[in-house]
Design a binder for this molecule. Structure first.
Ligand code: SF4
Ligand code: SF4
Length: 68
């Protein structure tokens, strides 16, 4: 199963910016609700996370734990 970015729907105001930047069409608006479609094509470009003005998207795969 593909690991996909997580969208906090309680924060999301459905502005649609993430839909516009997603190259693989993994993010769509369905009945005015942002929906992630699981796809192996998500290149984890993180552009959806970067463009979200309210930080509602998080790309878990970006988390890096450093020892020290
Ligand atoms: S990380 Fe990139 S390809 Fe994946 S859902 Fe976000 S914008 Fe689309
Ligand atoms: S950019 Fe953020 S607030 Fe806008 S639709 Fe996407 S997740 Fe929701």
């Amino acid at each position: 199963m593909a690991e996909m970015p997580y969208i906090d729907l309680e924060k999301c105001d459905c502005c649609g910016h993430c839909v516009e930047v997603c190259k693989c069409h993994a993010i769509v608006l369905v009945n005015n609700i942002i929906t992630i479609i699981e796809t192996e094509d998500c290149g984890w470009c993180t552009e959806c996370e970067a463009i979200c003005p309210i930080g509602a998207i998080s790309c878990a795969f970006e988390i890096v734990f450093e020892e020290g």
